[in-house]
Design a protein around this ligand. Structure first.
Ligand code: H79
Length: 427
């Protein structure tokens, strides 16, 4: 079992402050949209080549259909920044399918050389990110590559045990991974992070080889935890998982709006904007970043549901961003409550309310509150710092009648003390 022997620290304020980023999964799998020759995949759509055992020569033919005439990197980055409130973008330069979404000299299996559109998608996004002062990172599948004969293939889905062992994985690392990382870190300006994934059986030396080439070319470029072998600059939490408690160090939750990363025409299990806001607040409260995914269609357009949800979340962030961006983890509140989550910064406690309430009763909070107001518009709220019948400290904030049915809003409490004080339960 892996032991945690260090607290990851990126030493980069932008990452600690960001809290909210956009993940983009886009590749040849987006063309299939979850279905191949009439057969629907049961799994995440970007895995369709593996899940439905599509032979390499067959899958390669998808390049003929790659025609992203609706993809507008400039508009997408502008929207992510100005309307959705995201602070960084991570794009799939190469997913497990092995196809490069940029002009690679190393492998002709890329968007410029293998398709009729000849577009370098990484370049388009890099230029837009530069223009809008957006941090830009790249997902790179360093271990699995289902196109290269020596790349790993997951055994989890019926792959044969011996498959990977008979390969010359080192040769794949030397001849594809390292050269492609060199290209990505040389030709596209500043890259804020490389998002490695599924290390599988990579050795420590092989993970280190990837780290070394990244740091040689761009010393400030961060390495995701999934480089494996404890060599990442920050922790990558399991896909769509949430640490139960505030977590030390720098970390990030990669997550989906529905159940898949790449576009699927079948997956309609969208989370609501309120659910997403709650997850975002919880992650900020526990000290992490939320890397939230969209899966554009093959033509580059983004599903309307994604646009709608992210727009709503963006509205919350526009009105309440102070309570999220630049915050650090909050002390753990001793009670399990569903109606609120807390974030904080110096001398401020933010109460994010998720259920209709007439009063906010924050039991075991023994701060001296100096002021209370709705964060969105500054409307003052009545409050008392009191003691319960059992002798526990309690802060009670009155919610005005017109807001009794409201949910998903944020109340700011200004504190005399620097940090929130949540007393332990003593009973
Ligand atoms: O890029 C997204 C996923 O494709 C990738 N990580 C996120 C960010 C990812 N790679 N591996 N996994 C997620 C977990 C793999 C789970 C598996 Fe399966 C279980 C692989 C085989 C069995 C799911 C079910 C995929 C195929 C069948």
């Amino acid at each position: 079992m892996a032991m945690i022997d260090r607290i990851p620290d990126t030493k980069q304020e932008w990452f600690k402050d960001a809290k909210y980023g956009l993940f983009i999964h886009w590749g040849l799998y987006s063309i299939l949209a979850g279905e191949y020759k009439g057969k629907q995949t049961k799994h995440i759509s970007e895995w369709i080549m593996n899940s439905l055992d599509i032979p390499v020569e067959e899958y390669e033919k998808l390049t003929d259909e790659f025609n992203p005439d609706q993809f507008d990197a400039d508009a997408l980055v502008k929207m992510a920044k100005e309307e959705w409130g995201m602070k960084y973008i991570v794009f799939t330069a190469k997913h497990h399918e092995g196809f490069a979404m940029y002009h690679s000299e190393n492998s002709k299996y890329n968007t410029v050389d293998a398709t009729a559109c000849h577009r370098d998608i990484v370049k388009e996004l890099a230029d837009a990110c530069k223009k809008y002062d957006m941090k830009f990172g790249l997902y790179y599948s360093q271990s699995q590559d289902w196109h290269d004969p020596n790349g790993f293939v997951s055994k989890a889905n019926g792959g044969k045990e011996t498959d990977n062992q008979s390969k010359d994985f080192q040769s794949y690392v030397d001849h594809k991974v390292i050269p492609q990382l060199r290209e990505l870190l040389t030709n596209y300006g500043e890259i804020c992070l490389i998002w490695f994934d599924t290390p599988m059986d990579m050795t420590k030396e092989q993970s280190q080889q990837c780290v070394d080439v990244v740091k040689e070319l761009q010393p400030n470029c961060l390495i995701s935890g999934r480089i494996g072998n404890q060599l990442g600059d920050y922790m990558t939490i399991g896909d769509n998982y949430m640490p139960r408690l505030p977590l030390e160090g720098d970390w990030e939750v990669p997550a989906t709006l529905n159940d898949t990363w790449g576009y699927s025409k079948f997956d309609q299990s969208w989370k609501t904007p309120e659910e997403i806001i709650k997850i975002l607040v919880k992650i900020a409260s526990r000290g992490g970043n939320y890397l939230l995914n969209i899966g554009p269609r093959a033509d580059g357009s983004v599903p309307q549901e994604s646009l709608d949800i992210l727009g709503e979340v963006g509205n919350y962030m526009r009105e309440n961003g102070e309570s999220i961006y630049g915050t650090r983890k909050a002390p753990s509140y001793p009670y399990e409550i569903d109606w609120a989550e807390f974030t904080c910064r110096d001398h401020k406690l933010y109460v994010h309310v998720f259920e209709p309430r007439k009063k906010l009763e924050i039991l075991n909070c023994s701060n001296e509150v100096k002021d209370a107001y709705l964060l969105s518009n500054g409307q003052k709220l009545k409050y008392v710092c009191d003691e319960s019948c059992e002798g526990d400290a309690v802060v009670i904030v009155d919610i005005p009648e017109e807001l009794h049915d409201a949910k998903t809003y944020c109340v700011c409490l200004e504190l005399k003390e620097e940090a929130p004080i949540f007393d332990p339960i003593r009973g």
